[in-house]
Design a protein around this ligand. Structure first.
Ligand SMILES: Nc1ccn([C@@H]2O[C@H](COP(=O)(O)O)[C@@H](O)[C@H]2O)c(=O)n1
Ligand SMILES: C[C@@]1(CO)OP(=O)(O)OP(=O)(O)OC[C@H]1O
Length: 159
C-alpha cells in the first residue's frame, strides 16, 4: 500500500541567525527566524510525512509554545516524525522537494542536503530529490525577506 503527503513551510530571513536548510548550515548574511532552528526544508518534509500518515502537522506535535522546542534541532524533529512513519510499517518510496528562495544560492549545497535527508529517512539518496527556484525577484521570496519550501512524499508499506 502507498500513501502520499505534501508539505509547505515559510520562514523569515533575518540578521543574526544561522541559515540552516535541509540540515546544512549555508553561509549567508542572514538566517531563518523561528522558535526552533527554523529549518524550512526539514519542517516541510516533516509536515509531508505527517500528512502521509494522517497525523496532522508539526505544530500539533511540536508546539511553538513549548520551551522544549526552543532552538530545537530540526534533524531531531524529523527523526521523531519518521519514527512514527516507520512504526506504522512504512518506508520511503521517494520524496521530491523544492526550496523557493531568491537567496541564498542552493545549488552548491543540494548534494549534501540530499545525503542528510536520505539519512534521516533511512533511505538511499536516489530516493530523494531536492531542487531550488527563485521567484524571479517577485514577492517576499523575491525580495529576500524569507524562504519557502514544499515537498511531496510517497511512502510504501513494508509487507
Ligand atoms: N535559491 C536558489 C534558486 C535557484 N537556484 C538554481 O538556479 C536555477 C535557476 O533558477 P530560476 O528561478 O531562474 O529557475 C534553478 O534551477 C536552481 O538550480 C539555486 O541554486 N538557488
Ligand atoms: C518547529 C516549531 C516548534 O519549535 O517552531 P518553528 O521553528 O517556529 O517552526 P514552524 O514551521 O513555524 O512550526 C512548527 C513549530 O511548532
Amino acid at each position: 500500500m502507498f500513501r502520499i503527503g505534501q508539505g509547505f513551510d515559510v520562514h523569515q530571513l533575518v540578521e543574526g541567525r544561522p541559515c540552516i536548510i535541509g540540515g546544512v548550515e549555508i553561509p549567508y548574511e542572514k538566517g531563518l527566524l523561528g522558535h526552533s532552528d527554523a529549518d524550512v526544508l526539514l519542517h516541510t518534509i516533516a509536515d509531508a510525512a505527517l500528512g502521509a500518515i494522517g497525523e496532522g502537522d508539526i505544530g500539533k506535535h511540536f508546539p511553538d509554545t513549548d520551551p522544549k522546542f526552543k532552538d530545537f534541532d530540526s534533524k531531531e524533529l524529523l527523526k521523531e516524525v519518521w519514527q512514527k512513519v516507520e512504526e506504522r510499517g512504512y518506508t520511503l518510496g521517494n520524496i521530491d522537494c523544492t526550496v523557493i528562495a531568491q537567496a541564498p544560492k542552493m545549488a552548491p549545497h543540494i548534494e549534501e542536503i540530499k545525503e542528510v535527508v536520505a539519512s534521516l529517512l533511512n533511505a538511499d539518496v536516489s530516493q530523494v530529490n531536492v531542487k531550488a527556484t527563485t521567484t524571479e525577484k517577485l514577492g517576499f521570496t523575491g525580495r529576500k525577506e524569507g524562504v519557502a519550501a514544499q515537498a511531496t512524499i510517497l511512502i510504501q508499506h513494508k509487507e
